[in-house]
Design a protein around this ligand. Structure first.
Ligand SMILES: Cc1ncc(COP(=O)(O)O)c(C=O)c1O
Length: 450
């Protein structure tokens, strides 16, 4: 490894960072992470902290998951790559397909389409949804609905259904035919409604209104995260997703669950849809499917959608979509080991229990620091603090304070993520109670330092 001075000096002179201003990366050198073990990461200066970000919502099993590492190494030796485009397959994708069929059986999902990550999974689901209607002879169904505050990656399709201007404005014009409805975000919403159940009903009414306005027969699909993640961890009332499912059914609209962060246990249930008792038509997964060790994803497809594609006799269901790395054997081998470990360790129960401990600890911080306007969580290991400069008026926080908080918390033992006014916590699901205490103590000392 190059020495620390070289790395710090060269970083922003040779690369641009995703989700960062290039000039800011030059002026404020990032933390250079060089090693990791268990739930902890170490930087180039040897400072070790608990990773309360879990990589990027993906390292659910921590950094020392030997079965996944071994699976990757062995597969690289045996078959490092082969494509699964028409005419070829590999043993790993078939074995993984069977595993995923079992894993997602309670969600009613019976086929996998492999991708190389979350944005690819979203793109795949959006495309398959349009094709589904075309096979059925409903060519007019091309539009998409989604939630404001939703995050669906950064491909043009995903960015078009994305509900946050930060990921849209610089890249407009986006795809036509995408329409957004209000999110069930109790802290701030256009209805000034603070009761979660009433707000869920109002958002559902807005959805029905939009469908009536657009015409149901023009809409292909609605895409949503079961719990909004990157938009600031927004858990809806339990009636919301079932309500969306019902409305989609009434109007022949496919429901795409974007579970790139919620699949595989993060919410305390194996999938976010299952958490709310909903069966989606398509489900996007990625991230934790390989514990973040290899870029990989899978779109899971409901049985009734499968029947339409597989029953087509007119050639309309030929899939003109896929990636060089769809079904990469190393990714599939990693996923086989990862799903096996995920089930063996039953990480969803730890996520539920420690998610509660973390959420309660954050509520105590709320009592002590006025800068915290809202605490969100209570469904597994995904929590957020929304910072404000004045609690009474919910005046948004300035841009600098969250960054200072992040630095101070890091010095005190925890890597946290700040995104706009939100502190987002998505640690590995193999976290311990002591790790939770470390995260909370680091946050407390961060707030005290401001
Ligand atoms: C819900 C959701 N969908 C899609 C994506 C995009 O995934 P990727 O960054 O792997 O392309 C993300 C990434 O955080 C996500 O949270």
């Amino acid at each position: 490894m190059k020495d620390s001075n070289y790395l710090k000096e060269r970083n922003a002179k040779s690369i641009w960072h995703p989700m960062a201003h290039p000039a800011d990366s030059l002026n404020n050198p990032p933390t250079i992470v060089t090693e990791a073990e268990g739930t902890r990461i170490s930087d180039v200066d040897g400072h070790q902290v608990v990773d309360a970000v879990g990589g990027l919502w993906n390292v659910n099993l921590g950094y020392s998951c030997e079965p996944v590492k071994a699976a990757i190494a062995n597969q690289l030796d045996r078959l490092p790559y082969y494509s699964i485009f028409r005419g070829t397959s590999n043993d790993c994708v078939i074995e993984l397909g069977d595993m995923l069929q079992d894993f997602f059986a309670p969600d009613g999902l019976t086929r996998a389409f492999y991708t190389s990550g979350g944005s690819d999974s979203v793109e795949t689901a959006l495309r398959l949804a349009r094709q589904y209607h075309k096979i059925k002879g409903q060519e007019s169904r091309t539009k998409y609905l989604s939630l404001k505050k939703g995050y669906h990656g950064t491909h043009f399709g995903g960015a078009s259904v994305n509900g946050n201007a930060n990921f849209r404005t610089a890249y407009e014009p986006l795809m036509p035919g995408c329409f957004h409805i209000p999110a069930p975000y109790t802290y701030r919403n256009p209805f000034n409604e603070t009761d979660p159940e009433s707000l869920a009903q109002l958002c559902l009414q807005a959805l029905e209104d939009e469908i009536a306005f657009q015409g149901a027969n023009t809409i292909a699909a609605l895409i949503m995260e079961p719990i909004l993640g990157a938009g600031g961890v927004i858990p809806p009332h339990e009636s919301f997703m079932p309500g969306v499912r019902k409305i989609c059914d009434q109007h022949g609209i496919l429901l795409i669950a974007d579970e790139v962060i919620t699949a595989f246990g993060r919410t305390g249930s194996w999938t976010g849809s299952r958490h709310w008792g909903v069966k989606p038509d398509l489900m996007c997964t990625a991230k934790a499917i390989t514990n973040g060790y290899f870029p990989f994803g899978a779109v899971m497809i409901a049985d009734h959608v499968v029947e339409v594609f597989e029953g087509d006799t007119e050639g309309k269901a030929a899939i003109g979509h896929g990636y060089t790395y769809s079904g990469h054997p190393v990714g599939a081998a990693a996923a086989i080991a990862c799903v096996t470990e995920t089930l063996r360790l039953n990480v969803k129960d730890n996520a539920a229990a420690l998610g509660q401990q973390l959420f309660e600890g954050l509520q105590k911080l709320y009592d002590d620091f006025d800068m915290i306007g809202d605490v969100r969580g209570g469904h597994g290991l995904m929590c957020a603090l929304e910072l404000v400069s004045e609690r009474a008026t919910k005046k948004p926080i300035d841009k600098v304070t969250p960054v200072k908080l992040q630095k101070a918390a890091y010095e005190s033992g925890a890597m946290i993520r700040v995104s706009g006014p939100n502190v987002i916590l998505s640690p590995p699901l193999v976290l311990t109670a002591e790790d939770v205490d470390t995260i909370l103590a680091a946050l407390r000392s961060g707030f005290q330092s401001l």
